[in-house]
Design a protein around this ligand. Sequence first.
Ligand code: HEM
Length: 288
Amino acid sequence: MSLGSDDLTTTLCNSIQALGRGFDVTSDIRLLYCKGATGSRLVHIDEEHARDLDISHELVLPSVSFDIDCSPGKRSIERIPVCSFHESGGPDWDVKLGRVDSLSTSQEDSNNIMPSPRANASLLIDLFERFNLSVKDLVALSGSHSIGQARCFSIIFRLYNQSGSGGPDPMIETKYREKLNKLCPLGGDENVTGDLDATPTKFDNGYFKDLVAGRGFLNSDQTLYTFPETRKYVTLFSKNQQAFFRAFVEGMIKMGDLQSGRPGEIRSSCRMANSRPVRALMESQVRD
Ligand code: HEM
């Protein structure tokens, strides 16, 4: 399809509007909470100082921030499929604003609660319970793996040495295992990525259908079908997409309401603690 020059201008203007807002398959779901007010950006772009931007001799875009430039670059086609959460078909919910975030960041703190792809359902149930998230929340939120990819690194043990057995996880369906073996050969590049379900750009209940068929990518995914406590929800969601969407929204709202109880602040940019005058920062360090 070829675009007329009006269409092209609209498309380019929309692309410029989207810059810095964090819309992609991954961040859309994970950063939804920090996007804040409509139109806010994750990356600061000076909106006040603008000029007309020359894209080519026939095409000039009006009122583009000085922070955004156009580089002619090489002609190439972007092959990585990226679409917005809405394009991918997920459910809607109202995102609450004004919750407090941490005053600093800690890799250790996040490692302590980040579930491992090797985890089994009973471990995951315990972990989610620590945050008042139910078994149903766990299964529904795992349905987030209906979109996106993971690295071979996350499944290599599962393919070649599950639980120290020296063999693969017996729960993987044979044809799917052959496919994963090709994608992630032993000794191969563990940064190669594979789809988390058969329709990785579409947010649907295909993930759960895959689990029922033994085609879960991560051990932590497949285990949800192996364990009786979680299996009933996998079965339900595999048959009823609306039930999945309802439970997913409930889980996302509960997860978004979590607060640590530690001192915090409402961030002006979700990606970093609010800036403080250096003097105040030094004083607070001394007090701590
Ligand atoms: C239940 C426990 C969970 C485990 C063990 C888990 C583990 C993982 C792992 C290992 C990856 C791939 C990372 C890599 O190989 O680089 C991944 C990707 C992903 N996870 Fe989870 N996850 C869990 C729950 C969640 C939840 C609750 C959400 C959001 C609600 C989520 C959203 C995602 C998304 C969207 C991706 C794809 C990222 C991409 O394509 O770049 N996960 N997860």
